[in-house]
Design a protein around this ligand. Sequence first.
Ligand SMILES: [Zn+2]
Length: 245
Amino acid sequence: MKVKFWGVRGSISVPGPATVRYGGNTTCIEVKGRQGECIILDAGTGLRCLGMDLLKRGVPLPLINIFISHTHYDHIHGFPFFAPCYIPGTVIQVKGPVHYLEKRSLKDVFDIQMQYDFFPVSNQQLAADIHYEALNETSMEINHLRIKTQFSNHPVRCLGYRITENGRSMVFTGDHEPYYNLFDTEDAPRSPESEDNLLFGDVEATVRDVNRRFADFVRDADLFVVDCQYTPDEYPAGKRGWGHS
Ligand SMILES: [Zn+2]
C-alpha cells in the first residue's frame, strides 16, 4: 500500500508561512492498495486537494472508501468540497462511528453540515452515489486489504484504523489520548486509609487494561500515525481530558 498525507492538522486549518513544510489542511490520509483500491482516512480539509488529484488521475473514478475517525468538524469539513461528490457515476462509501448519546445516523451528521444555512449545496443534490454506514469495533476486507477498527479515547466516539496488506500494516489512531485515572487529581489527595483506595485501585487496573488493549491494536505497525496535538509541556498544563495526546 502507499500512504499519502493530504492534511495533518487538528482543530482548524492553518495556512500560512509557518505551516508550509507539512501543510495547513486538517486530517486526510490516502491509502492506496496494490490493486488501486482507494481508501481515505478522514475527510478534513485536505480532502479537497485529494479530490482534485483523483480527477486528474482520470475518470471513471475507482470506488472511494472514506473512513471517518469521528465526526468533529476538522475530520469531515472537506467533504462538501470533495469534487468526486459532484461526478455522476462515482460511488462513495462513507463509514465511521456516530456518537451513542445522539439519535442521529452518520448520514444525518453529513446532511447537517450541508444544510442550507451552512452550505449552498445539500447532500441530496450531490451527483455521486453516496452510501453511509455506522461503524463500531469491527474488521472487514476490501480485496486484499484488511481493515480493523478499535475505539480510541476522545470526547465523541472515535475509531482508530489498522490497515494491513501483504503482511504490512499502517495504523491511524484518530484523535486519541491515553486513558488515565480520573480519580488521580492533585486537588483530591487520598489518605492511605481511605475506602476510596479500593475504587482507585480498581480504576487503575481498568486503565492499565484499556491502555494495553490499545497498545496491542497498534503493536508492530510498519507505519504509526498518531495524534500528537500537544507538546510534553502543554499536555500536563490543563490539556488532560481533552482527548488528545
Ligand atoms: Zn476530535
